[in-house]
Design a protein around this ligand. Structure first.
Ligand code: 2NL
Length: 360
């Protein structure tokens, strides 16, 4: 067999065996490159005698053309195969369901839901919503609210104090939302009707207390503000919030430095099989504190107690959320556990409204 035939057979076999375009390119360079086998063969033509060249020339050039064609054919096949492989690997499965969006999977925290609900109730009655800073002065958190300096009630609040500033002033984390009402009275002229929901802080931590918790307070200042109005407001609130047609309430005398008289309020309930129901039964559950604003507080906030009087109340939002939604443990409220939130949380588009029934 001639050299040309051997070369043609060997190279032809190599080309057919090339598994991808890179392997084929290596063969092409080894054949037609500067030092390639066909290139070397073509170079031999120059040194040949004319007779010899007449025979060898067409034979070598014929081989060159056939190998060129074989390379091109194989390249086209490999290119098609590579594309087919990519199309198969990158295929999009259009039968896959769409991944749920954040609006479907996200949940509203029960505390946020409860704040939204009680805000809907009180704003419907004509109350404005006021907010203030979590870091407060001793003056706004205690002194203006009729806690005398050194009064034991300051200690009762288990206050988180900051280190004193160079001028000796000691800021604190507010122990109740009352300083927001103080700020409201100092900034606005009566009549005033506000609720103040927000975070509050006390150095206390056990099964039923967390160092940060939520409170909502309400304040009305008007010339004829009186306890009869307060009773009606609280009864309306309880019926609407707990979604029952009637609820008995019990007012017990109590003490707060900022109200006189002061009362604690219980609502009628029934405890059964570890469940609690409102608006029925013979048991009582304390849910809030209230009273007539102390004249000293009015004076401290530039409200003339001879012209105006006020009533105020305060309640724990976390506890309201636990009671309404049957959550027995307070601590997971603040543990950011997604599993807990997906169980107790609310759908983002179920906005609480009085017309819709608050919790739907
Ligand atoms: C409770 C009791 C209460 C108030 C808060 C208040 C605010 C001002 C003036 C007078 Cl500026 N009173 N707030 C009044 C009575 C009770 O909270 O047990 N909260 C959880």
């Amino acid at each position: 067999m001639s050299d040309i035939e051997t070369l043609e057979r060997d190279l032809g076999a190599q080309i057919e065996a090339a598994g991808d375009e890179a392997a084929l390119e290596t063969i092409r360079i080894a054949t037609f490159g500067k030092t390639g086998s066909i290139t070397a063969l073509l170079k031999t033509l120059g040194a040949m005698q004319p007779d010899e060249r007449k025979v060898a020339g067409p034979a070598i050039n014929g081989l060159k053309d056939r190998l060129g064609e074989a390379l091109a054919r194989r390249k086209a096949i490999l290119k098609d195969a590579a594309l087919d492989a990519r199309l198969a690997a990158e295929a999009v499965d259009i039968s896959l369901p769409v991944r749920e969006s954040a609006i479907e999977t996200g949940r509203i925290h029960p505390v946020t839901q409860t704040i939204d609900e009680l805000t809907a109730i009180f704003t419907d009655m004509g109350f404005a919503v006021a907010e203030g800073p979590d870091i407060e002065t001793d003056d706004f958190n205690f002194t203006k609210l009729n806690f005398p300096p050194g009064h034991p009630a300051r200690e009762m609040h288990d206050t988180f104090f900051f280190n004193p500033k160079p001028d000796g002033e000691r800021l604190l984390l507010r122990t109740h939302t009352s300083p927001v009402q103080v700020r409201t009275m100092l900034a606005q002229k009566p009549p005033i009707r506000v609720i103040c929901p927000g975070r509050t802080y006390r150095c206390d931590s056990d099964q039923t207390h967390t160092p940060m918790f939520h409170q909502v307070e309400g304040l009305v200042i008007d010339k004829t503000a009186n306890l009869g109005q307060l009773k009606w407001i609280l009864a309306e609130f309880c019926k609407t919030f707990f979604e029952v047609p009637n609820v008995k309430m019990r007012f017990r005398p109590s003490f707060f430095p900022f109200t006189e008289p002061s009362m604690e309020v219980d609502i009628q309930c029934r405890r059964q099989d570890g469940e609690i129901r409102f608006g029925e039964g013979e048991d009582w559950l304390e849910i809030l504190g209230c009273g007539m604003v102390h004249p000293n507080v009015l004076r401290n906030c530039n409200v003339d107690p001879d012209e105006y009087q006020g009533y105020a109340w305060g309640m724990g939002i976390d506890r309201l959320a636990m009671l309404k939604y049957g959550i027995s443990d307070l601590r997971p409220f603040f543990e950011a556990d997604v599993k807990w939130l997906s169980h107790y949380g609310f759908r983002p588009l179920d906005i609480p409204s009085l017309a819709g029934g608050l919790s739907q």
